[in-house]
Design a protein around this ligand. Structure first.
Ligand SMILES: Cc1cc2nc3c(=O)[nH]c(=O)nc-3n(C[C@H](O)[C@H](O)[C@H](O)COP(=O)(O)O)c2cc1C
Length: 207
């Protein structure tokens, strides 16, 4: 289940609440997307936190959107951007979501999306939002991929651009036995550590 029925109604100023921390989680097509529901459920255990999720098509293979919507977040997908009856002045989803966000987590960040960010591509909801994001919005990238994908020479170049040119924080990956059975660097930072980054940065307290 996604948020399609809400498409025309997401307006940042109506959705933001004073004193709350607004966390936008972007999930992409890595197996580590299985952790997305855990990240959302844990964040929502804290006082004055709202969470919205943008998921790429590939990412939705790895978790059930209902496991994110039940605890109180929405999952936004590419088709939510597009309306057959768009009128000038209608809210534009990737702009509204970036206005809404106090912090953006790209967790997990696939090799594909990492490359797209580094090259400035904006061909889906997630990357359109990132191209439109204010540089003052803290943005964290959590790469997650097979070890050889991570060790591919292009990956270090993409990470360099994302850090040094776009000024996102890149956290991980970590080393462990990956879902594919390979052992080495490439796993997403532990989901609890991802939550703790937000907790500490915004001084969140548990409910
Ligand atoms: C079962 C499966 C697991 C995958 N795991 C990963 C992964 O962990 N990391 C990664 O970068 N790509 C992985 N891929 C490949 C991406 O899903 C693929 O490159 C996709 O185009 C990513 O699209 P997105 O970046 O728009 O989400 C996987 C593909 C499949 C079929």
């Amino acid at each position: 289940m996604t948020s399609t029925s809400n498409r025309n109604f997401f307006v940042a100023q109506n959705e933001r609440t004073d004193g709350f921390t607004h966390v936008l989680l972007i999930t992409t097509g890595s197996v580590a997307s299985v952790k997305a529901p855990l990240i959302v459920q844990e964040l929502l255990q804290y006082d004055k936190v709202k969470v919205e999720v943008i998921s790429t098509q590939a990412s939705l293979t790895f978790f059930n959107a209902e496991d994110v919507t039940k605890p109180g977040a929405r999952v936004w997908v590419d088709k939510d951007e597009w309306s057959d009856d768009y009128k000038l002045g209608d809210p534009i989803l990737h702009i509204e979501l970036r206005r809404w966000a106090d912090v953006v987590l790209i967790a997990p960040c696939s090799a594909n999306t990492l490359s797209k960010i580094a090259h400035g591509l904006c061909d889906n909801l997630a990357t359109s939002l990132l191209r439109a994001l204010a540089p003052t919005t803290p943005t964290y990238v959590f790469p997650a991929m097979n070890t050889l994908m991570y060790e591919h020479p292009l990956t270090s170049e993409h990470i360099r651009i994302v850090k040094d040119v776009i000024h996102y924080e890149v956290v991980g990956p970590i080393g462990k036995t990956l879902a594919c059975g390979d052992v080495g660097l490439g796993a997403m930072t532990e989901w609890r550590d991802i939550v703790q980054i937000v907790v500490q940065r915004f001084g969140l307290c548990r409910n």
